[in-house]
Design a protein around this ligand. Structure first.
Ligand code: NAP
Length: 320
Protein backbone atom coordinates (compact mmCIF):
# COMPACT_ATOMS: atom_id res chain seq x y z
CA UNK A 1 0.00 0.00 0.00
CA UNK A 2 0.93 3.67 -0.24
CA UNK A 3 1.51 5.45 3.06
CA UNK A 4 3.09 8.66 4.28
CA UNK A 5 6.28 7.83 6.18
CA UNK A 6 8.42 9.98 8.43
CA UNK A 7 12.01 8.73 8.62
CA UNK A 8 13.44 11.68 10.55
CA UNK A 9 11.81 14.46 12.61
CA UNK A 10 11.77 17.80 10.82
CA UNK A 11 9.71 20.20 8.69
CA UNK A 12 6.72 19.25 6.48
CA UNK A 13 9.13 17.99 3.78
CA UNK A 14 9.95 14.87 5.87
CA UNK A 15 6.44 13.54 5.06
CA UNK A 16 7.13 11.16 2.14
CA UNK A 17 4.71 8.98 0.17
CA UNK A 18 6.18 5.45 0.06
CA UNK A 19 5.22 1.85 -0.73
CA UNK A 20 5.01 -0.28 2.41
CA UNK A 21 3.67 -3.81 3.02
CA UNK A 22 -0.09 -4.11 3.68
CA UNK A 23 -0.76 -4.62 7.42
CA UNK A 24 -2.70 -7.76 8.46
CA UNK A 25 -5.18 -7.85 11.33
CA UNK A 26 -4.33 -10.12 14.27
CA UNK A 27 -6.67 -11.18 17.08
CA UNK A 28 -8.88 -8.28 18.20
CA UNK A 29 -7.70 -6.08 15.32
CA UNK A 30 -9.41 -4.55 12.27
CA UNK A 31 -7.95 -3.47 8.93
CA UNK A 32 -9.50 -0.26 7.56
CA UNK A 33 -9.56 0.87 3.91
CA UNK A 34 -8.95 4.59 4.48
CA UNK A 35 -11.15 6.91 2.39
CA UNK A 36 -10.03 10.09 4.19
CA UNK A 37 -7.56 10.94 6.96
CA UNK A 38 -7.89 14.00 9.21
CA UNK A 39 -4.93 16.30 9.82
CA UNK A 40 -4.63 17.66 13.37
CA UNK A 41 -2.21 20.20 14.87
CA UNK A 42 -0.64 17.48 17.06
CA UNK A 43 0.40 15.60 13.88
CA UNK A 44 2.62 18.59 13.09
CA UNK A 45 4.18 18.73 16.59
CA UNK A 46 4.86 14.98 16.42
CA UNK A 47 6.39 15.24 12.93
CA UNK A 48 8.71 17.96 14.25
CA UNK A 49 9.76 15.72 17.16
CA UNK A 50 8.25 18.27 19.57
CA UNK A 51 5.69 16.03 21.30
CA UNK A 52 7.72 15.03 24.35
CA UNK A 53 7.08 11.57 25.74
CA UNK A 54 4.58 10.79 22.96
CA UNK A 55 7.05 11.24 20.10
CA UNK A 56 6.77 8.06 18.01
CA UNK A 57 9.58 5.66 17.21
CA UNK A 58 10.95 6.34 13.70
CA UNK A 59 10.03 5.55 11.00
CA UNK A 60 6.28 5.98 11.43
CA UNK A 61 3.04 6.89 9.59
CA UNK A 62 1.20 9.90 11.11
CA UNK A 63 -2.50 10.30 11.82
CA UNK A 64 -5.07 9.17 14.36
CA UNK A 65 -8.30 10.12 12.56
CA UNK A 66 -9.42 8.08 9.57
CA UNK A 67 -12.79 7.34 8.00
CA UNK A 68 -13.38 4.47 5.63
CA UNK A 69 -14.68 0.93 5.48
CA UNK A 70 -13.69 -2.32 7.14
CA UNK A 71 -11.35 -4.20 4.79
CA UNK A 72 -11.00 -7.30 6.98
CA UNK A 73 -11.36 -8.27 10.62
CA UNK A 74 -9.04 -10.40 12.73
CA UNK A 75 -10.13 -13.32 14.95
CA UNK A 76 -12.59 -12.29 17.66
CA UNK A 77 -13.83 -9.19 15.81
CA UNK A 78 -17.50 -9.16 14.71
CA UNK A 79 -17.24 -6.32 12.15
CA UNK A 80 -17.99 -7.17 8.51
CA UNK A 81 -16.07 -6.06 5.40
CA UNK A 82 -17.58 -2.90 3.94
CA UNK A 83 -18.98 -1.43 7.19
CA UNK A 84 -18.55 2.36 7.34
CA UNK A 85 -16.44 3.50 10.30
CA UNK A 86 -14.33 6.31 11.77
CA UNK A 87 -11.26 5.69 13.89
CA UNK A 88 -10.25 7.03 17.29
CA UNK A 89 -6.55 6.30 16.92
CA UNK A 90 -4.86 3.55 14.92
CA UNK A 91 -1.96 1.11 15.38
CA UNK A 92 -0.18 1.82 12.07
CA UNK A 93 -1.19 5.44 11.22
CA UNK A 94 -4.07 7.05 9.32
CA UNK A 95 -2.15 8.79 6.48
CA UNK A 96 -2.24 5.60 4.39
CA UNK A 97 -4.40 3.52 2.07
CA UNK A 98 -4.88 0.94 4.84
CA UNK A 99 -4.79 1.39 8.61
CA UNK A 100 -4.62 -1.32 11.25
CA UNK A 101 -6.69 -0.60 14.39
CA UNK A 102 -7.62 -2.21 17.67
CA UNK A 103 -11.33 -3.10 17.74
CA UNK A 104 -11.96 -0.46 20.42
CA UNK A 105 -10.55 2.27 18.14
CA UNK A 106 -13.23 1.67 15.47
CA UNK A 107 -16.69 3.31 15.62
CA UNK A 108 -19.68 3.23 13.24
CA UNK A 109 -19.96 6.20 10.86
CA UNK A 110 -23.62 7.21 10.36
CA UNK A 111 -24.78 7.13 6.72
CA UNK A 112 -25.43 10.89 6.46
CA UNK A 113 -21.77 11.69 7.28
CA UNK A 114 -19.32 11.66 4.35
CA UNK A 115 -15.92 9.99 4.68
CA UNK A 116 -14.20 13.40 4.50
CA UNK A 117 -16.37 14.55 7.41
CA UNK A 118 -15.75 11.29 9.26
CA UNK A 119 -12.02 12.02 9.17
CA UNK A 120 -12.77 15.14 11.21
CA UNK A 121 -14.66 13.44 14.02
CA UNK A 122 -12.31 11.93 16.58
CA UNK A 123 -9.77 14.46 17.83
CA UNK A 124 -11.92 17.59 17.33
CA UNK A 125 -15.26 16.31 18.60
CA UNK A 126 -14.02 14.05 21.40
CA UNK A 127 -11.86 16.89 22.74
CA UNK A 128 -14.70 19.41 22.52
CA UNK A 129 -17.19 17.02 24.17
CA UNK A 130 -14.81 16.20 27.01
CA UNK A 131 -13.95 19.87 27.58
CA UNK A 132 -17.56 21.06 27.62
CA UNK A 133 -19.40 18.26 29.35
CA UNK A 134 -17.06 15.90 31.21
CA UNK A 135 -14.74 18.61 32.57
CA UNK A 136 -16.59 21.98 32.57
CA UNK A 137 -19.98 20.31 33.24
CA UNK A 138 -21.67 22.78 30.87
CA UNK A 139 -25.45 22.99 31.34
CA UNK A 140 -28.26 24.17 29.09
CA UNK A 141 -29.06 27.82 29.79
CA UNK A 142 -25.41 28.68 30.43
CA UNK A 143 -23.19 30.79 28.16
CA UNK A 144 -20.07 29.32 26.54
CA UNK A 145 -17.23 31.23 24.90
CA UNK A 146 -15.41 29.13 22.31
CA UNK A 147 -12.12 30.99 22.04
CA UNK A 148 -10.80 29.92 18.61
CA UNK A 149 -14.08 28.67 17.14
CA UNK A 150 -13.16 28.49 13.44
CA UNK A 151 -10.81 25.49 13.73
CA UNK A 152 -11.47 21.77 14.15
CA UNK A 153 -12.05 21.69 17.91
CA UNK A 154 -13.74 25.10 17.92
CA UNK A 155 -16.45 24.28 15.36
CA UNK A 156 -17.09 20.99 17.16
CA UNK A 157 -17.50 22.89 20.44
CA UNK A 158 -19.87 25.40 18.82
CA UNK A 159 -22.12 22.65 17.42
CA UNK A 160 -22.07 20.61 20.64
CA UNK A 161 -22.79 23.60 22.89
CA UNK A 162 -25.54 24.90 20.62
CA UNK A 163 -27.25 21.51 20.46
CA UNK A 164 -27.11 21.26 24.26
CA UNK A 165 -28.99 24.54 24.74
CA UNK A 166 -26.17 26.90 25.67
CA UNK A 167 -25.80 30.45 24.41
CA UNK A 168 -22.67 30.29 22.27
CA UNK A 169 -20.12 33.03 21.63
CA UNK A 170 -17.36 32.05 19.18
CA UNK A 171 -14.24 33.86 18.01
CA UNK A 172 -12.24 33.74 14.77
CA UNK A 173 -9.48 35.83 13.23
CA UNK A 174 -10.90 36.35 9.73
CA UNK A 175 -14.19 37.41 8.15
CA UNK A 176 -14.62 33.98 6.53
CA UNK A 177 -13.97 32.29 9.87
CA UNK A 178 -16.56 34.49 11.60
CA UNK A 179 -19.17 33.66 8.98
CA UNK A 180 -18.52 29.95 9.41
CA UNK A 181 -18.73 30.19 13.21
CA UNK A 182 -22.13 31.89 12.90
CA UNK A 183 -23.32 29.41 10.26
CA UNK A 184 -22.39 26.45 12.50
CA UNK A 185 -24.47 27.72 15.40
CA UNK A 186 -22.81 30.48 17.40
CA UNK A 187 -25.30 33.12 18.56
CA UNK A 188 -22.49 35.70 18.47
CA UNK A 189 -19.19 35.70 16.55
CA UNK A 190 -16.36 38.12 17.42
CA UNK A 191 -12.92 38.71 15.92
CA UNK A 192 -10.14 37.89 18.41
CA UNK A 193 -7.91 40.34 16.55
CA UNK A 194 -10.23 43.29 17.26
CA UNK A 195 -9.14 45.63 20.07
CA UNK A 196 -12.49 45.73 21.88
CA UNK A 197 -13.73 42.13 21.54
CA UNK A 198 -13.28 41.21 25.21
CA UNK A 199 -15.38 44.17 26.30
CA UNK A 200 -18.01 43.07 23.79
CA UNK A 201 -18.11 39.59 25.34
CA UNK A 202 -18.80 41.12 28.75
CA UNK A 203 -21.43 43.42 27.22
CA UNK A 204 -23.17 40.41 25.65
CA UNK A 205 -23.63 38.94 29.13
CA UNK A 206 -24.77 42.24 30.67
CA UNK A 207 -21.40 42.41 32.47
CA UNK A 208 -21.94 39.09 34.28
CA UNK A 209 -19.33 37.11 32.30
CA UNK A 210 -19.52 33.71 30.63
CA UNK A 211 -20.00 30.41 32.45
CA UNK A 212 -17.64 28.28 30.36
CA UNK A 213 -14.64 29.09 28.16
CA UNK A 214 -13.13 26.52 25.79
CA UNK A 215 -9.64 27.94 25.18
CA UNK A 216 -7.49 27.04 22.15
CA UNK A 217 -4.68 29.57 22.72
CA UNK A 218 -4.19 29.68 26.49
CA UNK A 219 -0.65 31.08 26.41
CA UNK A 220 -2.11 34.30 24.96
CA UNK A 221 -5.57 34.40 26.50
CA UNK A 222 -5.76 32.72 29.91
CA UNK A 223 -5.12 35.84 32.02
CA UNK A 224 -7.91 37.72 30.20
CA UNK A 225 -10.20 34.68 30.19
CA UNK A 226 -10.25 34.72 33.99
CA UNK A 227 -11.64 38.27 33.84
CA UNK A 228 -14.39 37.20 31.42
CA UNK A 229 -15.74 34.43 33.67
CA UNK A 230 -18.98 34.63 35.64
CA UNK A 231 -19.21 33.56 39.29
CA UNK A 232 -18.35 29.81 39.43
CA UNK A 233 -17.18 30.01 35.78
CA UNK A 234 -14.90 27.34 34.30
CA UNK A 235 -12.19 27.70 31.68
CA UNK A 236 -10.91 24.57 29.96
CA UNK A 237 -7.45 24.78 28.41
CA UNK A 238 -7.45 22.82 25.13
CA UNK A 239 -4.42 24.37 23.43
CA UNK A 240 -1.36 26.22 24.76
CA UNK A 241 2.06 26.78 23.23
CA UNK A 242 3.90 28.60 26.01
CA UNK A 243 3.79 30.20 29.45
CA UNK A 244 1.56 33.00 30.73
CA UNK A 245 1.23 34.97 33.96
CA UNK A 246 -2.20 35.02 35.61
CA UNK A 247 -3.58 36.82 38.67
CA UNK A 248 -4.92 34.13 41.05
CA UNK A 249 -7.23 36.76 42.55
CA UNK A 250 -9.26 36.64 39.33
CA UNK A 251 -9.93 32.96 40.05
CA UNK A 252 -10.58 33.52 43.76
CA UNK A 253 -12.95 36.46 43.40
CA UNK A 254 -15.16 34.47 41.01
CA UNK A 255 -14.81 31.11 42.76
CA UNK A 256 -13.76 30.02 39.29
CA UNK A 257 -11.95 26.91 38.05
CA UNK A 258 -9.19 26.38 35.49
CA UNK A 259 -9.28 22.90 33.98
CA UNK A 260 -7.10 21.17 31.41
CA UNK A 261 -8.09 18.53 28.87
CA UNK A 262 -5.83 15.88 27.38
CA UNK A 263 -7.56 13.54 24.97
CA UNK A 264 -4.96 10.81 25.49
CA UNK A 265 -5.92 10.65 29.19
CA UNK A 266 -9.63 9.86 28.72
CA UNK A 267 -10.48 6.71 30.71
CA UNK A 268 -12.12 3.90 28.72
CA UNK A 269 -15.56 4.24 30.34
CA UNK A 270 -15.68 7.95 29.65
CA UNK A 271 -14.63 7.33 26.03
CA UNK A 272 -17.70 5.10 25.64
CA UNK A 273 -19.88 8.04 26.74
CA UNK A 274 -18.10 10.39 24.31
CA UNK A 275 -18.53 8.16 21.23
CA UNK A 276 -22.17 7.37 22.04
CA UNK A 277 -22.91 11.10 22.24
CA UNK A 278 -20.99 11.86 19.04
CA UNK A 279 -22.72 9.11 17.07
CA UNK A 280 -26.14 10.34 18.19
CA UNK A 281 -25.26 13.89 17.14
CA UNK A 282 -23.78 12.78 13.80
CA UNK A 283 -26.78 10.57 13.02
CA UNK A 284 -29.24 13.29 14.02
CA UNK A 285 -27.47 16.05 12.11
CA UNK A 286 -26.65 18.35 15.04
CA UNK A 287 -22.96 17.49 14.53
CA UNK A 288 -21.70 18.25 11.02
CA UNK A 289 -17.89 18.18 10.65
CA UNK A 290 -16.78 21.03 8.39
CA UNK A 291 -14.23 20.10 5.73
CA UNK A 292 -12.06 23.05 4.69
CA UNK A 293 -10.04 21.17 2.07
CA UNK A 294 -9.55 17.68 0.65
CA UNK A 295 -5.98 17.08 -0.55
CA UNK A 296 -4.41 13.96 -2.06
CA UNK A 297 -2.35 11.83 0.36
CA UNK A 298 0.87 12.92 -1.37
CA UNK A 299 0.07 16.53 -0.35
CA UNK A 300 0.56 15.82 3.37
CA UNK A 301 3.42 18.39 3.51
CA UNK A 302 1.08 21.07 2.11
CA UNK A 303 -1.60 20.09 4.67
CA UNK A 304 0.91 20.53 7.52
CA UNK A 305 2.00 23.93 6.14
CA UNK A 306 -1.63 25.09 5.98
CA UNK A 307 -2.30 24.06 9.60
CA UNK A 308 0.77 25.98 10.79
CA UNK A 309 -0.25 29.06 8.76
CA UNK A 310 -3.53 29.57 10.73
CA UNK A 311 -6.73 31.03 9.27
CA UNK A 312 -8.55 27.74 9.93
CA UNK A 313 -11.98 27.13 8.42
CA UNK A 314 -12.65 23.58 9.59
CA UNK A 315 -10.69 20.41 8.85
CA UNK A 316 -8.06 19.61 6.28
CA UNK A 317 -8.31 15.97 5.16
CA UNK A 318 -6.06 13.76 3.05
CA UNK A 319 -7.61 11.44 0.48
CA UNK A 320 -5.63 8.30 -0.51
P1 NAP B 1 -7.04 24.66 14.30
O1 NAP B 1 -8.05 23.95 13.47
O2 NAP B 1 -5.73 25.06 13.72
O3 NAP B 1 -7.76 25.98 14.91
C1 NAP B 1 -7.09 26.92 15.71
C2 NAP B 1 -8.10 27.97 16.17
O4 NAP B 1 -7.47 28.90 17.08
C3 NAP B 1 -8.67 28.79 15.02
O5 NAP B 1 -10.03 29.03 15.26
C4 NAP B 1 -7.88 30.10 15.14
O6 NAP B 1 -8.56 31.20 14.58
C5 NAP B 1 -7.83 30.21 16.66
N1 NAP B 1 -6.90 31.24 17.15
C6 NAP B 1 -5.73 31.68 16.61
N2 NAP B 1 -5.23 32.68 17.38
C7 NAP B 1 -6.10 32.87 18.41
C8 NAP B 1 -6.14 33.76 19.51
N3 NAP B 1 -5.16 34.66 19.76
N4 NAP B 1 -7.18 33.69 20.37
C9 NAP B 1 -8.17 32.79 20.17
N5 NAP B 1 -8.18 31.91 19.15
C10 NAP B 1 -7.16 31.96 18.27
O7 NAP B 1 -6.70 23.81 15.59
P2 NAP B 1 -7.63 22.75 16.39
O8 NAP B 1 -7.54 21.44 15.75
O9 NAP B 1 -8.95 23.36 16.61
O10 NAP B 1 -6.82 22.70 17.77
C11 NAP B 1 -6.73 23.87 18.60
C12 NAP B 1 -5.62 23.69 19.63
O11 NAP B 1 -5.97 22.67 20.55
C13 NAP B 1 -4.26 23.27 19.05
O12 NAP B 1 -3.23 23.89 19.79
C14 NAP B 1 -4.24 21.76 19.30
O13 NAP B 1 -2.93 21.24 19.36
C15 NAP B 1 -4.96 21.69 20.61
N6 NAP B 1 -5.62 20.39 20.89
C16 NAP B 1 -5.47 19.87 22.13
C17 NAP B 1 -6.11 18.70 22.48
C18 NAP B 1 -5.99 18.17 23.88
O14 NAP B 1 -6.26 17.00 24.13
N7 NAP B 1 -5.60 19.03 24.83
C19 NAP B 1 -6.89 18.02 21.53
C20 NAP B 1 -7.06 18.61 20.26
C21 NAP B 1 -6.42 19.80 19.95
P3 NAP B 1 -7.94 32.05 13.32
O15 NAP B 1 -6.97 31.16 12.61
O16 NAP B 1 -9.15 32.41 12.53
O17 NAP B 1 -7.27 33.23 13.96
Amino acid sequence: MKAIRVGAFGGPEVLKLEDVPDPRPGTGEVLIRVKAAGVNPFDTYMRAGAYGARNPTLPYTPGSDAAGVVESAGPGVELKAGERIYTAGTITGAYAELALCKRAQVHPLPARVTFAQGAGVYVPYATAYRALFQLARAQSGETALVHGASGGVGLAAVQLARAAGLTVVGTAGSEEGLQLVRQEGAHHALNHKAADYRKRILDLTGGAGVDVIVEMVAHENLAHDLQLLAHRGRVVVVGSRGRIEIDPRDVMSREAAVLGVLLWRVPEGEAVEIHAALQAGLAGGTLRPVVAAELPLASAPEAHRRIAAGGARGKIVLVP
